[in-house]
Write a protein that binds this ligand. Structure first.
Ligand code: PLP
Length: 423
């Protein structure tokens, strides 16, 4: 019997989905709603993961649906709980990070929120966060966790003594939140040492690995507990999709994480999952080029007379060079750098930005194209000038997410903009 046979017995089409039993004498309006759905898929096994644009899933009968709901059988019932397109991306990220389980979210911030909730803080707990975390992570801790009685404590995690003191201070923190590569000064954190110290003090470690990606660094290999990504950045890589992920090392945390995803509801759409999964397939190739280009651009910038400082871990002069050489993939130092235009204030930096012809002024990173951001205008605009100065974020500092273009073109654009803007 052909799989397209309209006389197929009940249960023969799509594993017995209701369409197989649809009466033949339906009226025009009803046919318009149902016709064409759930055609048999046996003849069309896709090589790429399809975009499952569906909010619910059918089962062959009520008992099967009951088993999936009850968790005794694997399957899909409702796309806020799980969707195969999203599952495929989760599996890819999980394999790349070497985790027990990964859950995708609708943005990096949703992922951070869930990762913090996995800790299951109680009122009176403390969360220790690196001082130079992504700004919205600070805001998240202050705005959503502090009112619940979870006090954020901040420390310079690159300063071993200050970090040790912050860990020992009572009440001791339940969790530590870090980024291996800081924004915007591209400082490199010794994740191995931080995890060791934190665990010795009884704290879990959450690592936002967005800047490094697992291509450079796999925090779980250094015993970190939870890894978070804004997959909007390098995983997606093309500036066209928003997403986030949380990966856990301990399989016992998967249940909590999935329950959180269901209840927070900040799930990833299958369309975004498709784009990010497609980006993931070229992550290694892109990262190789991002790293090589960033090294070339950093070396060029460090010889430029109008550039006062270059922050890139691939430069032997960078304070984090040795740590990066030990923890990162051999010979790779990432695609992110920062540089300071000598003596430049805001007007000169604006002139520089306005003279760029190839590089894009954008408050994101990790895309195929090179992107410049000005922390004083964007990520650190709410900081007082004194606070910024103390943190080393000067008026002339720019962050550059080096793209995969020909490095000679990136350099030529920087060169002409530095000259034209009379910085
Ligand atoms: N973590 C880091 C390090 C980031 O840079 C960002 C965004 O820039 C986020 C998290 C938040 O990610 P999203 O914008 O996808 O919510």
């Amino acid at each position: 019997m052909s799989t397209l046979d309209t006389e197929a017995a009940p249960g023969a089409r799509n594993g017995g989905a209701p369409d197989a039993e649809a009466p033949a004498d339906l009226r025009f309006d009803t046919v318009a709603v149902h016709a064409g759905d759930r055609l048999p898929l046996e003849q069309a096994i896709p090589t790429a993961t399809p975009i499952y644009a569906t909010s619910t899933f059918l089962s062959e009968n009520a008992a099967a649906l009951d088993a999936i709901f009850g968790g005794t059988r694997k399957g899909y019932v409702y796309a806020r709980y799980a969707n195969p397109t999203v599952t495929a991306l989760e599996e890819a990220i999980n394999r790349l990070e070497g985790g027990a389980a990964t859950v995708a979210f609708g943005s990096g911030m949703a992922a951070l929120h869930a990762a913090l909730q996995v800790v299951e803080f109680a009122p009176g707990d403390v969360v220790l966060a690196a001082r130079d975390l992504y700004g919205a992570t600070h805001t998240l801790l202050h705005t959503l966790f502090a009112p619940l009685g979870v006090t954020p404590r901040f420390a310079d995690c690159n300063d071993a003594e200050a970090f040790a003191a912050a860990l020992q201070e009572e009440p001791r923190p339940r969790a530590v939140v870090i980024e291996p590569v800081s924004n915007p000064l591209i400082r490199v954190l010794d994740v191995e040492a931080v995890v060791r110290q934190a665990h010795a003090a009884g704290a879990l470690v959450i690592v936002d690995n967005t800047f490094a990606t697992p291509y450079l660094l796999r925090p779980l290999a250094y015993d970190a507990d939870i890894v978070v990504h804004s997959t909007t950045k390098y995983f997606g890589g093309h500036g066209d999709a928003f997403g986030g992920s949380v990966t856990v090392r301990d399989p016992d945390r998967e249940g909590t994480l999935r329950t959180l995803a269901k209840l927070l509801g900040a799930v990833l759409s299958p369309f975004e999952a498709h784009l990010i999964h497609r980006g993931t397939k070229t992550l290694a190739l892109r990262m190789e080029r991002h790293c090589a280009n960033a090294q070339t651009v950093a070396e060029w910038l460090s010889t430029h007379p109008r550039v006062a400082a270059v922050h890139y871990p691939g430069l032997p002069s960078h304070a984090g060079h040795a740590v990066a050489a030990r923890l990162f993939r051999p010979g790779a130092f990432g695609g992110m750098l920062a540089f300071e235009i000598a003596g430049a204030g805001q007007p000169a930096v604006y002139r520089f930005i306005d003279h760029l012809r190839l590089l894009i002024a954008a408050t994101t990173l990790g895309d195929v194209y090179s992107e410049v951001s000005y922390p004083v205008m964007s990520s650190h605009r709410d900081w007082s000038p004194a606070l910024r100065r103390r943190a080393g974020i000067t008026e002339g500092l720019l962050r550059l997410s080096v793209g995969i273009e020909d490095p000679a073109d990136i350099i030529a654009d920087l060169d002409q903009a530095l000259a034209s803007a009379e910085c």
